[in-house]
Design a protein around this ligand. Structure first.
Ligand code: SF4
Ligand code: SF4
Length: 229
């Protein structure tokens, strides 16, 4: 065993503190150091405050914030097609759902039930990343309170939030997520179904992707004309 591990060379208690720094008279008094500390504390009192009087004052997070995941409600129904990708991607297995079909609806599939166990959720945002329909997004909601485990399982009645309320996040995703994808492969906006599908209109399922893009462009041109006039 090396010698210095057996017996420490510099130790105030071993009677040979040769490596120790000598304190001057003021340092030995400790008082100047105490006043220095108090002066530092006093100075902080006049600095800008970053704390809030929660819950009276509430934090309004920016669009990049990842609060609780919610389902996007679009024209009175969920966008979700119950594909199950989010449940598959969720690391703590917090999502469960059951798919159903409705042949009268152009969307055809919808989740009969959709639940997220908020005791398990780690706010990672993977569900949002993988969703092909922009149907599940991270909201700004950060203060969740439950009185029991059962209450922490959020069903559709708690999860559905209208797209108007989620506009900031949806705009953020459209702008930044698309840009981020573009760094890894040759990203064309036309290839992103979310960017071309006009969700405010009733879905025209007979249109091909190319026709959807053309229609979208026609409409954008029309809206620009309207703004000019
Ligand atoms: S944010 Fe992460 S942990 Fe929470 S439901 Fe989505 S994938 Fe699961
Ligand atoms: S990935 Fe999107 S569309 Fe698929 S089940 Fe999840 S929320 Fe629904």
């Amino acid at each position: 065993m090396p010698e210095n591990l057996e017996k420490p060379i510099t130790n105030a208690l071993n009677g040979n503190p040769s490596g120790e720094r000598k304190l001057n008279f003021l340092e030995k008094l400790y008082l100047p150091e105490i006043f220095k500390g108090m002066w530092y504390t006093l100075k902080q009192m006049f600095q800008p405050k970053f704390t809030m009087q929660y819950p009276e004052e509430r934090f309004d997070p920016p669009a990049i914030f990842r609060g609780r995941p919610v389902l996007v409600e679009d024209n009175g129904q969920e966008r979700c097609v119950a594909c199950g990708l989010c449940a598959r991607a969720c690391p703590p297995l917090a999502i469960s759902m059951q798919a159903s079909e409705n042949s009268d609806d152009p969307k055809e599939r919808y989740p009969n039930f959709f639940e997220i166990n908020m005791l398990r959720c780690i706010y990672c945002g993977y569900c949002e990343e993988v969703c092909p329909e922009e149907a599940i997004v991270m909201s700004k909601d950060y203060d969740l309170v439950f009185a029991s485990r059962e209450e922490a399982v959020y069903d559709k009645s708690k999860l559905l939030v209208s797209k108007e309320e989620l506009k900031e996040r949806l705009d953020y995703l459209r702008e930044y997520k698309n840009r981020q994808f573009g760094q890894f492969w040759n990203f064309d906006e036309e290839n992103n179904i979310h960017s071309v599908r006009n969700r405010d209109k009733r879905w025209e399922t007979s249109l091909s992707l190319v026709e959807m893009i053309e229609e979208q462009r026609r409409e954008e041109g029309h809206q620009t004309e309207l703004k000019r006039n």
